[in-house]
Design a protein around this ligand. Structure first.
Ligand code: G3H
Ligand code: 13P
Ligand code: ZN
Length: 318
C-alpha cells in the first residue's frame, strides 16, 4: 500500500510499447479525476507536482491527497513525482517528504553545470530509494515563472546523451523534439511535426533507456470550444496531434507529461456550469463538472493515446 517508483513501470512500458501518463496535480478534484480514471482502466499512473503546485496547495496537502487516493485504490501503482525541480534543495525536500521520483531541471544551464547539478540530486535520491529524471535541450513555453520563447528553445543534441546519462547516473531523460509547454504549441497554418529522427538517434545511443516527453498536451478542441462558447478567449490554441503522441508512446518514450489538457477540462466544466446556471454558488456544483471532464480526458489518454490500460495488474504487487 505504498507509492512506487517509476523503475518497474518504465521497464514494462518500454517492453510493452506503451507509455505512462504523468499528470499534473494542483488540487483534490484533479487528483480524484485522474486516479478514478486510472483505477477504472487498471493503468499505472504518475502524479506530478510542480514548484508552483507545491506553493499553491502546500506540498503536504498534495502528498496527503495522493496518499488518500492510494487508500482508496490500494492496488493502483502510483508514483509521486516532482515536476521541473528547480534546484537540489527542492528535490531534497520532496525526497524527504515521500515523493518517489524527482525531476531536476537544469536544462537551462550549460552542459557541464547540468551534469554537476543532476549528479548531486541523483546521489541523494538514490541513497533514499528515489529515482531521478533530468532534461537535455530546452522546451519553449511557460512553466512557473520561467517563460522560454520559441527562439530560445533548442532541440536535444543526440551526441550529448550518452555522456550525460553515464556521468549523472540519471534514471530517465526528458528530451526536446518539438513539443512545448502550454496551450499554444504551434502557429496556426503550420503543420505540427515532432522530430522523430532525434528520438530515434537518442534511442540508438541509449538502448532500453526510458525517455520522457514534456509539453505533450494535445489541446482537445472540444474543450477549447466549450470554454470559448462560455465566455472564454482562447484563440489559436493548438496541441500535439494525438497520432504523433501514439507513435511516441510505442517507442522509447515511457513517460508523457500532460497538464494543459487537464486545465482545459477543469475550466470548461466550470465555465459551462456558470453560464448554464448563473445562480450556482456551491463550489461542489461546478467543481464536480470540472472533475468529470478531467476524468474523461485522462480516460481517453490512457485508452487511445498512451495504451497503458490493463498494465497495472502486470506490475509486481507491493
Ligand atoms: O511544465 C509545466 C507544467 O505545466 C506545470 O506548470 O509550473 O504552472 O505548475 P506550473
Ligand atoms: P503541457 O503544457 O503540454 O500539458 O505539458 C506539461 C508538462 O510538460 C509538465 O511538465
Ligand atoms: Zn514539463
Amino acid at each position: 500500500m505504498s507509492l512506487v517508483t517509476t523503475t518497474e513501470m518504465f521497464k514494462k512500458a518500454y517492453e510493452g510499447g506503451y507509455a505512462i501518463g504523468a499528470f499534473n496535480i494542483n488540487n483534490m478534484e484533479i487528483v480524484q479525476g485522474i486516479t478514478e480514471a486510472a483505477h477504472e482502466l487498471d493503468s499505472p499512473i504518475i502524479l506530478q507536482a510542480s514548484k508552483g503546485a507545491r506553493a499553491y496547495a502546500n506540498s503536504i496537502y498534495l502528498v496527503k491527497l495522493v496518499e488518500g487516493a492510494l487508500g482508496l485504490y490500494p492496488d493502483l501503482p502510483i508514483a509521486l513525482h516532482l515536476d521541473h525541480g528547480p534546484d537540489f534543495e527542492t528535490c531534497k525536500d520532496c525526497i524527504d517528504s515521500g515523493f518517489t521520483s524527482v525531476m531536476i531541471d537544469a536544462s537551462g544551464e550549460a552542459f557541464e553545470k547540468n551534469i554537476e547539478i543532476t549528479s548531486k540530486v541523483v546521489e541523494y535520491a538514490h541513497a533514499h530509494g528515489v529515482v531521478v529524471e533530468a532534461e537535455l535541450g530546452t522546451l519553449a513555453g511557460v512553466e512557473d515563472d520561467v517563460n522560454v520563447s520559441a527562439e530560445d528553445s533548442s532541440y536535444t543534441n543526440p551526441e550529448d546523451v550518452e555522456e550525460f546519462v553515464n556521468k549523472t547516473g540519471v534514471d530517465s531523460l526528458a528530451i526536446a523534439i518539438g513539443t512545448s509547454h502550454g496551450a499554444y504549441k504551434f502557429k496556426p497554418g503550420t503543420k505540427p511535426q515532432l522530430r522523430f529522427d532525434i528520438l530515434e538517434e537518442v534511442t540508438r545511443r541509449l538502448p532500453g533507456f526510458p525517455i520522457v516527453l514534456h509539453g505533450a498536451s494535445s489541446v482537445p478542441q472540444e474543450y477549447v470550444k466549450i470554454i470559448n462558447a462560455n465566455g472564454g478567449a482562447l484563440q489559436d490554441a493548438i496541441g500535439v496531434p494525438e497520432d504523433q503522441l501514439r507513435q511516441a508512446a510505442r517507442s522509447a518514450v515511457c513517460k508523457i507529461n500532460i497538464d494543459s489538457d487537464l486545465r482545459l477540462g477543469m475550466t470548461a466544466g466550470i465555465r459551462q456550469t456558470f453560464i448554464k446556471d448563473p445562480s450556482v454558488f456551491d463550489p461542489r456544483g461546478y467543481l464536480k463538472v470540472g472533475r468529470q471532464y478531467v476524468k474523461d480526458i485522462v480516460s481517453h489518454k490512457i485508452k487511445d493515446v498512451l495504451g497503458s490500460n490493463g498494465a497495472s495488474s502486470q506490475l509486481e504487487k507491493r
